[in-house]
Design a protein around this ligand. Structure first.
Ligand code: G
Ligand code: G
Ligand code: MN
Ligand code: NA
Length: 249
């Protein structure tokens, strides 16, 4: 397949880029973190979202070199911002693919921690619930080793996967990201808001941070603030943008 061959050369040809989307603290409205989101600047097809190529990367094994590139690029950028803005503590969230969840990941993490000298707990890895169900004991062990390196773990799209409620308290995660479907403007009705409310309450009980995704309107923002949600991410604040736009922000 065309796209697969092109993807093989994408890293060496410098076609992969990271965009960054701010994660905003709801109380003080300051940027507390950024989520790195990969894009592929394809020579003929233009800027491609990950939906067009992450699956191919996973199925071909290319996700391993691409994942390594992603970690390095995001951490290098974070180190740059940490130097530039030494008084503003920023976290950097990087999405992981299930294929990356193995012992090679630990080596890659040591590599970036050694290379970029980041502040403690400034790197966060986002995993999804579905990545946790396969082999929960082995995964838990791996996640504990990641945590021990001073790296945070966040469960992405929370509420959409198999409910991991039964072992959520055993997992060494720091935060939950409420899937955007639960906070969409169409769902701010009494019937729908139960889920978002429950996730926020659950986070408090388990002493986890909680971030709402897909916040597009002031109504959503005020509603989340009222419910005691800590942080929010979405088009209301900014779309994912190139690093230079974040520096200006
Ligand atoms: O960036 P959106 O704009 O299109 O991203 C869509 C999805 O692609 C995200 O929900 C995320 O799960 C996935 N994604 C984005 N960036 C990365 C990445 O760097 N690595 C992996 N594994 N997935 C990513
Ligand atoms: O699944 P993951 O949560 O990692 O990916 C985030 C995805 O959500 C990215 O594709 C990003 O472009 C998209 N996104 C970010 N903010 C918003 C938003 O406010 N509304 C919508 N519809 N999508 C968003
Ligand atoms: Mn994510
Ligand atoms: Na998400």
């Amino acid at each position: 397949m065309h796209l697969e061959n092109d993807l093989r050369k994408a890293i060496e040809n410098n076609q992969l880029v990271l965009y960054y989307q701010p994660i905003v603290n709801i109380k003080n409205q300051r940027i507390q973190g950024l989520e790195a989101l990969v894009r592929w600047q394809h020579p003929e097809r233009g800027l491609l979202a990950p939906g067009h190529f992450i699956n191919i990367a996973e199925n071909t094994g290319l996700i391993i070199p691409i994942g390594r590139w992603l970690l390095h690029t995001a951490c290098q950028q974070l180190a740059e911002w940490e130097n530039q803005f030494p008084h503003h503590f920023l976290k950097m969230s990087v999405n992981l693919s299930v294929k990356q969840l193995d012992i090679f990941l630990l080596e890659q993490l040591d590599e970036v921690l050694n290379n970029y000298n980041l502040k403690q707990n400034s790197l966060v890895l986002e995993i999804t619930e579905s990545m946790l169900v396969a082999n929960i004991e082995k995964t838990c062990d791996l996640l504990n080793q990641i945590k021990a390196k001073g790296i945070g773990l966040s469960i992405d799209d929370f509420g959409t996967g198999y409910s991991s409620l039964s072992y959520l308290h055993q997992l060494p995660v720091n935060s939950l990201k409420i899937d955007r479907s639960f906070v969409s403007p169409a769902n701010l009705s009494d019937r729908h808001q139960v889920i978002a409310k429950s996730i926020i309450a659950l986070s408090k009980l388990l002493k986890l941070h909680v971030i709402a995704e897909g916040v597009e309107t002031p109504e959503q923002f005020h509603w989340l603030k009222k419910l005691g949600c800590e942080a929010a991410q979405g088009y209301l604040f900014s779309r994912p943008v190139p690093a230079s736009d974040i520096t200006e922000l």
